[in-house]
Design a protein around this ligand. Structure first.
Ligand code: UD1
Length: 418
């Protein structure tokens, strides 16, 4: 088992390059299946989630060539539509994108239930209803969901919730359907725009991505293309929060600042030392901040994925701050761990209340999920003493080169095998 050891209290100075977005890459990789030829994807992060997706693509018959510098050629001209079994799909949440991609290409997908972080019940009913609306039949056999259609026909789909996964999955299923599909109350996250641009670069006809109404006019063929994964706004946000705690002119670069505006405007409200450039920001810590209230919302609101690392910063706020989680039911599993490190926080259903300032001290803590793990790394960097974090495979699923990036700016952090 691997653990992380973090000696806290070091000032971090230098530059952190942000990688390609996990949540884009994990949809772009399954989306390559819709191509008739081969595609080149650039800026693909090397994290265990993308490794798992490459494995599934290879299993289906894709020929993958690593072109270096995070670029890959993926030749999908000889794919066989085989079932994606439990052990493949439960490694990550995004395996559900094979449902939309295989359905879109072959009118049939057999995919087992997806895995991913346990942060609530995480149903996929909106994905499946979307497929049904396009004419697909859904059947269940042991652990598999079998989605099949004689014909996929464009249709009008209203999402009860602006789900990221459902919006992307329906786009994937609809690009080759007959006629036009309209997704209303679509999610507007930047990752959705990135996927739509990729599909369009292969010949799809999608308009409105990034707004609440997406129109997809079905096409017959999808050709080769070259496409780049956008920078990871959640990784950028996490390092920015770390900078607000322990940074000294810490430069976070290769970012799209607009994508993390909900965070940076909160930081400004708290009184942070932050300078924002065209594709970078520079942040220096302060010992004390003004208290704030944060509510997670769909994009462009405050991202639920940053709620957990952001909580740590509230230990530096004098007085009462609150965090309300509105997207997932069970995304406060980091709080008992942060309490072990000295944070004063209480939880009332969906609202966590923090009373600060609190001194953070090292402890042995457990990463229950990806972003909970990110919050523990953040806390450990600011704490006195050496913190041990267990269950770190959750963290490595989503942060490329976390240890190296932090070491490069002066952190004392290492992975140990026990
Ligand atoms: C994606 C991201 C995740 C992020 C989340 C919200 C990926 C791989 N993961 O997750 O990092 O935290 O967006 O920004 O991109 N829901 C339903 N039925 C459905 C689908 C969703 O009830 O069919 C509910 C979920 O339980 C949740 C809410 O809608 O409460 C948001 O889920 P969704 O936007 O779909 O998130 P994911 O795609 O799972």
């Amino acid at each position: 088992m691997n653990i992380l050891k973090v000696q806290g209290g070091k000032e971090l100075e230098g530059r952190v390059k942000i990688s390609g977005a996990k949540n884009s890459a994990v949809a772009l990789l399954p989306a390559t299946l819709l191509c008739d030829e081969s595609v080149n994807l650039l800026n693909v992060p090397d994290i265990s989630d993308t490794v798992a997706l490459f494995d599934i693509l290879s299993y289906l018959g894709a020929k993958i060539t690593n072109l270096g510098e995070e670029s890959y050629k993926i030749d999908v001209s000889n794919i066989e539509n085989k079932p994606i079994t439990d052990e493949m799909s439960n490694k990550l949440r995004a395996s559900y994108y094979f449902m939309g991609a295989l359905l879109g290409k072959y009118k049939k997908a057999v995919v087992s239930y997806p895995g991913g972080c346990s942060i609530g019940s995480r149903p996929i009913d909106l994905h499946l209803k979307g497929f049904e609306s396009l004419g697909a039949k859904i059947e269940y056999e042991e652990n598999n969901i079998i989605i099949s259609a004689e014909e996929l026909k464009g249709s009008n789909i209203y999402l009860d919730f602006a789900s990221v996964g459902a919006t992307i999955n329906i786009m994937l299923a609809a690009v080759k359907a007959d006629g036009t599909t309209i997704i209303d109350n679509a999610a507007r996250e930047p990752e959705i725009v990135n996927i739509a641009m990729f599909l369009n670069s292969m010949g799809a006809k999608i308009t409105g991505a990034g707004t609440s109404t997406i129109r997809i006019k079905g096409v017959k063929n999808m050709h080769s293309s070259v496409h780049e994964v956008i920078p990871d706004r959640i990784e950028a946000g996490t390092y920015t929060i770390i900078g607000a705690l322990v940074g000294k002119n810490l430069k976070i670069y290769n970012i799209i600042p607009e994508h993390i505006e909900a965070l940076t405007s909160k930081l400004k409200e708290m009184g942070a030392n932050i300078e924002i450039g065209p594709d970078y920001l520079v942040i220096t810590k302060k010992d004390e901040y003004k208290p704030v209230n944060v509510k997670t919302l769909v994009y462009p609101g405050f991202p639920t994925d940053l709620q957990q690392p952001f909580s740590v910063l509230l230990s530096r706020c004098r007085g009462k701050s609150t965090v309300e989680e509105t997207i997932f039911e069970n995304r406060f599993m980091h709080l008992p761990e942060l309490r072990k490190m000295g944070m004063v926080v209480s939880l009332d259903e969906t609202v966590a209340t923090f009373i600060g300032p609190n001194e953070l001290n090292a402890a042995i803590v457990n990463a229950t999920d990806l972003r909970a793990g990110a919050s523990l790394v953040t806390a450990a960097l600011a704490a006195k003493g050496v913190t041990t974090i267990t269950n770190i495979e959750h963290i490595l699923r989503g942060y490329e080169g976390l240890v190296e990036k932090l070491q490069d700016v002066g952190a004392k952090i290492k992975i140990e095998e026990i």
